[in-house]
Design a protein around this ligand. Structure first.
Ligand SMILES: Cc1cc2nc3c(=O)[nH]c(=O)nc-3n(C[C@H](O)[C@H](O)[C@H](O)COP(=O)(O)O)c2cc1C
Length: 165
C-alpha cells in the first residue's frame, strides 16, 4: 500500500496486541520525530517513551486514556522552550514531530492514538519533567488489535477556501 493510502486509512487505534514492536521499527518511529521540521531549526522537543508497566498504569487513570496500559509504549511529547523562537513555536514544532511519529508508525503497521486526556501537573511529577516544559500530548502505540471504521470527516467543501474565505 502506498504511503498516501496509509495516511488516508489511518485511524486512532486504542486496542493493542501483546506483541512487542521491534527495535528497528521503534527506532524509525523516533527517527521520524527527530527529523521533523521546526521553526528556525530549534528542535525544542523532548520525548519520554514510557514502557514501564507500572508507569503506564499510572498514566492510564483518566476517563479517556485507559488504553495506555495496554500500549507497547506511550510517548509523552514535551516542548522545552529556550529562546523566543522556541517559546513562540515550540508546541507546533513538537506537535509536528509527534505526527511524524504517528505516520511512521502507521506505515510500519503500528497503531497509535493521540491523547489529550492527562493532568499536566501529575504527569510532570510522575516523569520528572522540568517545570519549564510544556506537555503537548501523549501518544500510545502498539500492534493493532482492532480496525476502527472511519470517523465522519468534514468534506473538503466545508473547510477549503480558494483565494478568499
Ligand atoms: C490533540 C488530540 C487529543 C486527543 N485526545 C484523545 C484522548 O484523550 N482519548 C482518546 O481516546 N482519543 C483522543 N484523540 C483521538 C481523537 O478522538 C481522534 O483522532 C478523532 O476522533 C478522529 O478519529 P481518527 O483519528 O480515527 O481519524 C485525540 C486526538 C487529538 C488530535
Amino acid at each position: 500500500m502506498s504511503c498516501i493510502e496509509k495516511i488516508l486509512e489511518r485511524r486512532s487505534v486504542r486496542k493493542y496486541k501483546k506483541d512487542p514492536v521491534s527495535k528497528e521499527v521503534f527506532n524509525k518511529i523516533l527517527e521520524a520525530g527527530r527529523r521533523a521540521p521546526s521553526a528556525a531549526n530549534r528542535q525544542p522537543w523532548h520525548f519520554i517513551v514510557v514502557t514501564d508497566e507500572e508507569v503506564k498504569r499510572k498514566l492510564a487513570s483518566g476517563r479517556f486514556n485507559s488504553f495506555i496500559k495496554d500500549s507497547a509504549f506511550t510517548i509523552v511529547g514535551v516542548s522545552m522552550p529556550y529562546d523566543s523562537v522556541s517559546e513562540r513555536w515550540g508546541v507546533i514544532d513538537t506537535t509536528m514531530a509527534m505526527q511524524n511519529m504517528v505516520l511512521a508508525a502507521e506505515v510500519q503497521g503500528v497503531g497509535s492514538c493521540w491523547i489529550g486526556d492527562f493532568r499536566e501537573d501529575e504527569v510532570k511529577n510522575l516523569l520528572g519533567i522540568p517545570e519549564k516544559g510544556k506537555i503537548v500530548a501523549l501518544i500510545s502505540m502498539g500492534i493493532p488489535d482492532e480496525k476502527p471504521s472511519e470517523k465522519r470527516k468534514k468534506n473538503l467543501g466545508e473547510i477549503v477556501h480558494f483565494n478568499h474565505w
